[in-house]
Design a protein around this ligand. Structure first.
Ligand SMILES: [Zn+2]
Length: 92
């Protein structure tokens, strides 16, 4: 299911020189050893290399969200698989 966001011009990818496409992305942040996922962040994504850009205002709002410990405390939890890299097992 694709949601459409507001239609902001993110310009072109600095690497590929092709227009960025607006998408709602998930952004991961590590705050004091905890992984916080912010969903549905409007961002420009390069269809070729996957480079992402967010508007300055969006970036500021994300910072406010992830600094709001009350909101984080009430947020639903997801569990993520955690795998340890075993250097002996990998034999590298
Ligand atoms: Zn690119």
């Amino acid at each position: 299911m694709k949601k459409r966001a507001i239609g902001y011009d993110y310009g072109e990818c600095e690497i590929c020189n092709i227009p960025m496409q607006e998408k709602l992305i998930k952004q991961n942040f590590w705050i004091r050893g905890k992984l916080i996922v912010v969903e549905d962040v409007p961002a420009g994504v390069c269809p070729k290399c996957g480079e992402k850009v967010v508007k300055a205002g969006v970036g500021c709002w994300i910072l406010k969200l992830i600094e709001n410990s009350d909101r984080i405390a009430k947020a639903p939890r997801i569990s993520v698989p955690k795998i340890k890299f075993d250097i002996k097992e990998a034999r590298v």
